[in-house]
Ligand binder design. Sequence first.
Ligand code: NAD
Length: 345
Amino acid sequence: MIFDAVDFDAHEAVHFATDEATGLTAIIALHSTHLGPAAGGTRWWSYADDAAALTDALRLSRGMSYKNAMAGLPMGGGKGVIIKDAPKTEAMLEAFGDVIESLGGRYVTAEDVGMSDQDMTVIARRTRHVSGLPVAAGAVGGNPGPSTAEGIFVGMRAAVAHKLGRHDFKGVHVAIQGLGSVGGALAEKLAVAGAVLTLADVDAARAAAYAARLGATAVDVTAITRVAADVFSPNALGAVLDAPTIAGLQVAVVAGAANNQLATPNDGAALAARGILYAPDYVINAGGIISVVAEYLGHGDPAEVARAIAAIEGRLADIFVTADRIAMPTDMVADSMARKLIGRG
Ligand code: NAD
């Protein structure tokens, strides 16, 4: 029964939508609108079965509630999932736009894995409750990847400072899993800052190209979680931190953009037990949503957005200090702060 599902967390609503003409099969989960409209991107992905898609939507939407609250945004949390069992066509995206429009502004979408800013433009033909649209260079909004990467960069700096007492990245060894929109931009920033990089992507040619350009080392995807380094940075898909992976990590810090990095609620404690400092995913990866929400709300000052992203560094530093003080894993400290903010504390 869905209401008893492990990941069902008193979600306000879960919408299931199909459109036979275009092959659209989608789920929109609204976890909380306590702080404002439920904001969170749409993922286009292939799932083992419908239950796996639902689990993803439930977990991701709760994560968005926590993320938006912790980023100080006037937004709740939601998430869209389009099941990749038919080609992604403009007609399908328009049909998805109709579904969003039918929710009357309770859900605001943007891009997530498998979706581009061009896709958002198509959705925007049918609804204005969409963000992450292409914007002119220098304007607020657009592809959130670079803003997310900036947040990961400053958040990782907080973690490295707390754990290693290092205040810059010179000679700090970071193993990056996934070189997409976020991981690629992050790798560039870290290279400029003097970090030593080991990179992996399922697209091995992509990893090799980044490695050649940035003077880094590329390794196979199966090896990246066991690289002896200072930081492991997951920037591919979620649930990467499970018991076997945690047992094999040879780093002091985990700090990356992937959503829902912890495979189970116990994995944050497992990391802490190994003495590995974990930067809670939804706190460190809020840069993109900060940019997207500013665009949606029409707040066009890039300096203001940059300040909000920069604040991720101090927010994480506070979580790390609190976690040490009360001897609680960092993910649990963040969850308890976030739940208070959304009125569920
Ligand atoms: P993306 O699709 O642009 O990039 C993902 C990259 O990971 C691709 O290059 C892909 O080939 C690679 N990859 C996939 N599986 C892999 C594996 N097993 N090992 C190594 N590489 C693998 O996605 P993105 O926008 O960069 O997002 C990355 C992660 O960060 C996702 O989990 C996403 O939900 C999360 N995130 C993204 C944003 C954003 O602004 N884009 C914001 C918050 C969170």
